[in-house]
Design a protein around this ligand. Sequence first.
Ligand code: GCW
Length: 668
Amino acid sequence: MKRHLTLLICMMFLCQWMHAEDGSLLWLRQKGTAATSITSNKTTQTTSIAVNELKNAWKGLPVSLIIKKNKSLCKEGFMIEKKDGNIIVSSPTDKGILYGAYHLLRLQASNPDFKTTLPIIENPTYSLRLLNHWDNLDGTIERGYAGQSLWQWDELPETLSPRYETYARANASIGINGTVLNNVNASPQILSGPYLQKVKALADLFRPYGIRVYLSANFASPMVLGQLDTADPLNKQVIRWWKNKVKEIYQLIPDFGGFLVKANSEGQPGPCDFGRTHAEGANMLADALKPYKGIVMWRAFVYSPNDADRAKQAYQEFKPLDGMFRDNVIIQTKNGPVDFQPREPYSPLFTAIEHTDQMVELQVTQEYLGHSNHIAYLAPMWKEFFEFVPATTLKAIAGVANIGTDINWCGHPFAQSNWYAFGRLAWNPSLTSEEIADEWLKQTFSSKEEFLSPAKQIMLQSHEAVVDYMMPMGLHHLFAWGHHYGPEPWCAIPGARPDWMPSYYHKADAQGIGFDRSSKGSNAVAQYPTALAEKYNQLDTCPEEYILWFHHVAWNHPMKNGQSLWNNLCRHYDRGVQQVRLFQKLWDQTEKYVDEERFYEIQSSLKTQMRDAIWWKDACLLYFQTFSKMPFPTDMERPIHRLDDLKKVNLGISNYECPDEELLNRNR
Ligand code: GCW
């Protein structure tokens, strides 16, 4: 009897714990009230999911889901209308129906007046909307800040974690239709027979949600898995090996999406190892995939430690190859020319490549934006990119995922908003950052204006705040060695690659600071279309947010506001710090409207963000002051650290004195 009682109490605790607001429900939190009629004119696995989702969460009029042709809809598009007291969701495909159902639920949560806006027609802007997981087969995630990999490789294919289904639902609800399961630093093993069985299990599970599976391929796979002595893309045996491998994949996964390849970049193998070009490498894989309608996403993230400005190298390597790629190859380029820095100008490849399909790679995981400790809502940053690169330039869009085994999926509760925003912008890049924040907040927390107003203010100002306290005015790559979290603008490791050292990027000296990429310097400006090139080339016309990206500017140079560059730099860092102080106050205003768990979690992470912001400001300004020799503006918050102490904070590898090349490269 006593044992039963203890069991009962334990179960009650467990239930309570299970209902705690741990963020695991993401934005999929709505619950329906009555048993409204939900019908569909055809039944497939996908329409059944749509029906169930509506049965569980819809509170309004009866809904009919109708698959039918409609000239104004593309395959994945849908229409929502009101007819005779019913809501009709129609689409040419069951996938479109599923997207329509999720959209209806989104409208229910975020726009009480949506019925007055019907009919609504939605077509996705990009046909391929992919997540890229940088997940390794050992369960770790490169640049992952939310626990281990979701994919339980050792349990697959037999055991399917219930999280896979929630993952698929979440993606489908925001229109993501593809996922690259493994890291671009790819283990060849992913293409081995046993792993393909595991991949198949995931593909089968994701299929009804409209999600195709893709894999990152290691270019040397024929050597590692096939024991060939070369991976030369023009070698007959190599070609045959890939053809057979692709055939094997499609026998298991008939709708397999294709390969993502990081080649000849940061030590990864590639066609250049065999004297071939990126085009020759990509085309060989493309030919193998072509009969099955598979694609190759070939990354343009290439740079080597040579004399050329790193920001110029992708263009230099890929521009001459434009037009030489097969039509099922897409060049995948990061938004900026260097590497996911807090703010970069767009990569000039996007406007230079004219005869090859292109896609952008955005980074959802906050590698350079405070990991999962800082609030940095990234829609405003991605919108900046879309201002320069119109939707029509791109065939597809990819986001490096921020998802892991953490109970709340993304580490920080607000980091979920970046997964959400990525999906929404991939569907429709003309949505505003505010619209997306509004939708996400209402679905994830509360629709109360008293909550929304401060929470939205934090989100919308958060990216600029991070830029301000980390790297304002076009500064970039001032990160500590090893993990890209804290500041180390002074970092100088003997023997390490110069283009991995902060001084390569900030170039601070007695005269000034910044990388001269004007026509007098590396001339990276010339890679942009003429009007932009001219604008960026002149100190007085270059936008101030990029000024130190394109120019080496004298410390006492008068800026637009009449104050010196040094004073402006100080003010940006200070403003970033003051913004986080404001975010703390704004968040405290939401206490009444948020559950305890998430309220305190966010309050506490804002303390970390606050401390980090001060650390960044003090480290960068105290260090740069050793060059500028200028005082801080009198009304600015004073440093609380000593530079010498900050220099002792060892965030990186332990063997600072005697690094060997291999270790240095591995730990970066
Ligand atoms: O941003 C850098 C990261 C590497 C990453 C690389 C890439 C997957 O620091 O961790 O490797 O870019 O995008 O290939």
